[in-house]
Design a protein around this ligand. Sequence first.
Ligand code: SF4
Length: 72
Amino acid sequence: MTTCPYFEHCEFVLRYVARVKPHWDDFINHYCQGELREFCKRLEWFQRYGTKPPAELMPTGQTVPESIERQR
Ligand code: SF4
């Protein structure tokens, strides 16, 4: 499976997946490099609007929980 073309610039991956590592690595396995990519709400945003989605928009369409937001 190829990697999503937005992977290097995807702020959700860069900011949050790295922060809670390894707990959210499955987002990369299943969305960025897997069969769920076609359902990724971030990818849909990139393609529909041609702009970056908010960093806190998760591939599922949910928003990053406050508890993760507070982790530094
Ligand atoms: S979260 Fe979605 S848009 Fe971002 S790199 Fe992964 S599949 Fe692509």
